[in-house]
Design a binder for this molecule. Sequence first.
Ligand code: HEM
Length: 432
Amino acid sequence: MSGGHSKYVPVNGVMKWLDARLPLPRLVYDSFVAYPVPRNLNNWYTFGAILSMFLILQLVTGIVLAMHYVASTAEAFNSVESIMRDVNYGWLLRRLHANGASFFFFAVYIHIFRGMYYGSYKAPREVLWILGVFIFIVMMATAFMGYVLPWGQMSFWAATVITGLFTAIPLIGEPLQTWLLGGFSVGDPTLNRFFSLHYLLPFMLVGLVILHVWALHVVGQSNPTGVEVKDMKKETVPFTPYATIKDLFAVVLFFTLFAYFVFYLPDYLGHPDNYIKANPFVTPAKIVPEWYFLPFYAMLRAVDFDIIIPFTSIVLINAKLGGVIAMFGSLVVLLFLPWLDYGKTRSGNYRPMFRQFFWIFVIVTILLGYIGALPAEGINVLIAQILTAAYFAHFLIVLPLLSKYEKTKPVPLSIADAILESTARAKTGGTP
Ligand code: HEM
């Protein structure tokens, strides 16, 4: 799938001249025009393009917002209000950026679940997947720091809670937290460095996305059957116009939903407390992160017990550190997915048991998000513990066992076979 020989023919003298010196047009042509993609890609494969659009949107709106934003604890909140009221189209810029973050995560969750269902992480796409996990982690860091910038109550207290987690690390925890904050509590130095990093990290994301797409182009795109392309002529179509038009259509649909939120429900995904200026002396009744962090927040709070060495009272891991390990562990485990699910069959379409566990996993993640928004007390803690255990069990127990013992359905010999088979099924009204 990696392409073979370039079929690029410069269209005019200027392109010919440039091609001989820096073959940039050739690179674009080979990667986004002639690049062969499997002809059976379904709509779930359009989310990479949707994500690319959101990355661009976040960069453009963010850069303009930064021109008017003031990174000081005295001015930040007012500068954001002034963006909303005084800057031309400032209200639109801010709402695009804030809701854009939410929709970026919504799209990335679909993209990740798609990859998990179709086994896109399996050889030879491990590096592609790992780069994706790094992208996800950098996205989270960027969003977390961005949320602090408006300097509302939730900004301040979320930053206080999350940076407080670092104190859980034995020995170096407290100095590390002081170093990160630039002081003993969240204040001016913190806001300044968060602003600086919030500006920097999206450019790192761009770099990671370039590597991600490069890795994709080296190994070639997978497809819903999980069977590799065997016959380039029969089983692939050129990226342009086929995939470009399909991606564009999906981008328009997804952005229509996004626009609905921006224009009709602009504050729906935010928290009302963030319209109150940060006050270090007043703790909000409930501190909750943005919705896209909730499953991880639930895992953080699920560990409310110390882990002791059996038959002694020596604490091996205290509750706070345990929560931090669970939260970060839930991301680290994703890096090992290609080796935890090592079965040969890629696509969930041919793995009946896997498919059921996959949907259970999706529900577990959604429920974790739900419980993450509730107060960590009473039965909620127990439910969060069960769900956290189920999350890890999926990766560490279910997938290795399925890889070994699952009886999979026969996989089509080729993509062409799968297409012919589904066409025949459609013609006979469902019976093969
Ligand atoms: C800014 C974020 C991201 C962008 C712009 C992006 C972009 C893309 C694009 C353009 C594709 C090809 C089209 C498609 O399959 O949808 C793709 C495929 C893929 N992405 Fe991402 N991606 C992002 C985040 C992630 C994350 C967070 C993961 C996983 C943790 C991931 C894992 C994958 C995998 C495994 C494939 C290959 C799919 C296959 O061939 O079956 N990506 N990505």
